[in-house]
Design a protein around this ligand. Structure first.
Ligand SMILES: Nc1ncnc2c1ncn2[C@@H]1O[C@H](COP(=O)(O)OP(=O)(O)OP(=O)(O)O)[C@@H](O)[C@H]1O
Ligand SMILES: O=P(O)(O)OC[C@H]1O[C@](O)(CO)[C@@H](O)[C@@H]1O
Ligand SMILES: [Mg+2]
Length: 529
């Protein structure tokens, strides 16, 4: 039994699980049986294209060995174990005050009783994250499923109300903060967190205005929140509390948490916000504070690992249809009309891919994960010429992070340190005009950038449901005593993840996935390489 070499296999699975590109690229290495995956993973995370990979040690491990399988599962369970306040503090639970039956606090003298325990979630309850099938080491490559393959199941913690809670609701001060860019559904989550806290019996709920800055900016004060205050906020887009990028130091934020007497902090945001939430959690642990920090992942880009989807994504795709449809109508109504629609997606093309798939009006979809050539016989411009000559019009959907190599890098960063991208939509528009003019073919190019219209609208029905459940589960997670966790949907089940696992890297479109190929089939575009 050689665990050292088994690490290679474990990493292979981790990379797949993190949604990175190795799995997508495996067709390029049909004969590998084992790769130096750590190096590859670093390259992938750094955004490099993997063009060659050296074959390294053959795994000596027998993957059907139950001991190895146990080792693998233990590794997974350890990583996905939820951080809990009882690990750092000597605290005892009490019976919950969340009544499944009356939706009123149990311990209030209002007739609500704790007679119905059936719906509570046990800490040992799990939802299936995935079943992994290991190819036999004797098969030619990991993509060939061997009948003797070994199976490993990965289970994650189910979200929901616990029978045992670690806070006295009447003594709790809970705070909500929204950070990063806007996202449809933020208000639904805020509202639901407040409603659920009140069902537990929490009286002291506040909003931190304008993201992490709200903790320390002397000009900003806490926003009192209650059922009444948040009533109907879900009917509008944006964030009731305001958002911002950039932040004070973690130490200053935690000083403020201590000064304000906050016991629970609900953090709504993307990967950056979650990195901040993790830093706050770690600092609270260091100071031995009984503060539960719970995240709710927010991003229209859908680029958070492990989740089926993040809230706002469905709405963004739906809203993108309007822009695409307008571009299509403009293109179809003009002589040699060409529409260009730029959609969000800094490093992941999920919105562009899904919007293209759902609209059925896109001829060319360009995303950051799939490099493309503009010029040359296989380039985008040549294909556009073909489309104009054969069908008279065309619509391109481009994700904002696509084709950045064609643009002058500004090196500018936003307040959070995110690279400010150059406008690929404008560039493509100019290139199309130049190309058709040069070729002596008339063309009428229209560019639509619906970015902020998409982001600012209210959540659609499916996102609103998602937000509602996520908001409730965030509160249940905090009362259950977890901290440094986030809540999401996974294989249609609602679960908790440790923040560390969720921010390990960015979820990106797998260029070898069936979904991307379905998108290509739907647009009918060739490879632009
Ligand atoms: N590594 C980090 N550690 C601590 N705080 C961070 C980190 N990265 C970002 N933040 C803080 O988190 C907040 C939000 O970050 P950012 O602007 O990157 O948005 P985001 O949460 O990633 O959402 P979006 O999807 O809109 O970009 C900012 O206040 C930023 O300063
Ligand atoms: O203009 P802002 O607020 O910096 O936000 C833009 C960014 O927000 C995102 O949608 C993430 O929320 C990215 O795709 C995009 O680059
Ligand atoms: Mg981000």
């Amino acid at each position: 039994m050689a665990f050292a070499s088994s690490v290679t296999r474990v990493d292979f699975v981790n990379i797949q699980q993190h949604g990175a590109l190795l799995h997508a690229n495996r067709h390029r290495f049909p004969n590998f049986s084992s790769l130096n995956l750590r190096k590859l993973e670093r390259k992938i995370r750094a955004g490099s294209q993997i063009t060659n990979a050296r074959r390294v040690v053959e795994p000596e491990v027998d993957i059907n060995d139950p001991e190895w399988k146990k080792h693998f599962q233990e590794d997974f369970d350890k990583r996905f174990n939820l951080p809990h306040l009882k690990n750092i503090l000597d605290i005892k639970p009490r019976l919950t005050t969340f009544s499944l039956k009356s939706r009123r606090p149990i311990d209030e003298d209002n007739g609500a009783k704790n007679e119905d325990w059936n719906g509570y979630v046990d800490d040992d309850d799990r939802a299936l994250l995935k079943v992994i099938k290991f190819a036999s080491p004797t098969s030619a490559g990991a993509e060939y499923i061997d009948p003797d393959c070994s199976w490993v199941e990965q289970w994650v913690h189910r979200a929901g109300p616990r029978k045992q809670i670690y806070f006295e609701p009447r003594e709790v001060k809970a705070a909500i903060v929204t950070c990063g860019g806007l996202c449809p559904g933020l208000n639904d989550v805020i509202r639901q967190i407040v409603l659920t806290l009140e069902i537990y019996g929490v009286k002291n709920i506040v909003g931190i205005p304008y993201g992490y800055h709200g903790f320390t900016d002397p000009l900003l004060s806490e926003v009192p929140l209650s059922c009444q205050a948040v009533q109907n906020i879900n009917l509008a887009g944006g964030s009731f509390l305001g958002v911002s990028r950039g932040s004070p130091t973690t130490s200053d934020i935690v000083d403020s948490i201590q000064a304000k007497g906050i016991d629970m902090l609900f953090v709504l945001g993307g990967d950056g916000t979650h990195a901040g939430a993790l830093a706050i959690h770690n600092e609270c642990c260091k100071r031995k504070l009984k503060v539960s920090v719970v995240g709710v992942p927010k991003t229209i880009d859908n680029d958070v690992l492990l989740m089926d989807k993040t809230f706002g994504f469905d709405t963004a795709v739906e809203e993108a249809q309007r822009a695409i449809n307008s571009a299509y109508i403009e293109a179809r109504s003009a002589y040699h009309g060409i529409g260009v629609v730029k959609l969000m997606g800094r490093s992941s093309g999920f919105i562009a891919m899904h919007a293209s798939l759902s609209s059925g009006q896109i001829d060319i979809c360009l995303i950051p994960e799939v490099p493309f050539k503009l010029e040359g016989p296989n380039g985008v411009l040549k294909h556009l010429e073909y489309l104009i000559k054969t069908k008279g019009n065309a619509v391109i959907c481009v994700a904002e992070g696509a084709g950045q190599e064609y643009l002058t890098k500004s090196n500018a960063k936003d307040a959070s340190g995110n690279v400010v991208l150059s406008d690929i939509g404008v560039h493509i528009q100019h290139q199309i005009k130049r190309y058709f003019k040069g070729a002596g073919i008339p063309s009428d190019v229209k560019y639509i950038d619906p970015t902020y219209m998409i982001r600012a609208c209210r959540a659609n029905a499916s996102d609103a449901i998602l937000c509602t459940v996520l908001g409730q589960n965030a509160v249940h997670g905090a009362f259950a005593g977890f901290s440094g966790i986030t809540t999401g949907i996974c294989n249609t089940h609602f679960v908790y993840f440790p923040i560390t696992e969720v921010i390990a890297s960015t979820r990106r479109v797998d260029s070898n996935s069936r979904m991307w190929h379905r998108c290509l089939t739907s647009t009918g575009q060739p490879d632009f390489d």
